[in-house]
Design a protein around this ligand. Sequence first.
Ligand SMILES: [Zn+2]
Length: 222
Amino acid sequence: MRISKVVDLSQVVDSSTQIYPGDPVPSLHPATTIEADGFNVLHVHIGSHTGTHVDAPYHFVSDGARIDEVPLASFLGVGVVADVSGREPRSRIGWADLAPYESVLGPGRILLLRTGWSEYFGTERYYDHPFLDGDAARRLMDLGVRTVGIDALSPDETVLDGPPSDFAVHHTISRAGGIIAENLTRLADIDFADPLVSLLPIKLGGADGAPIRAIASEIINS
Ligand SMILES: [Zn+2]
């Protein structure tokens, strides 16, 4: 067995990384330098949901699993990329869009929603992403899927003004003990079958989520 290709599904985290409205503003700057101290160390101030990251059930369920309690198998699995690209801003992704993938969805599978919206990362338009319908999320849980990723800010609509979102998708997946990965990118580069997807988070004690280095690997048996 060997790895023939690795696709980096992660956004860069730095002081200019776009955040969810209201989240901590990232600040990364040198704490020490080789010139002054003999070694480089970075001071990193970020939120638990900065950049490409996963949400633990505890993000929305007060007695849900925290990021260091979630079984690691939830972050690893064969990915199923659902092409839901080319949509209007703030359009709803319904079950009809996911039904073509039903036969390959099930326990252990990682559903990756490819909206294409990662192309707008860092711009105002990034907030106007398509989002998943709450009933579609319920159907996914009924099929046994427990890990859902998206190349956008959130699988729920991001409301900038007006009444807040009901976070139907976050609630449905979190209550089922599932995991959500947000701000993925380069999903179109997964051009091979059965990608091994890794969404392993930093082991932040008691946290509601954590940054990840998301990758998809092509595994060849030889
Ligand atoms: Zn999050």
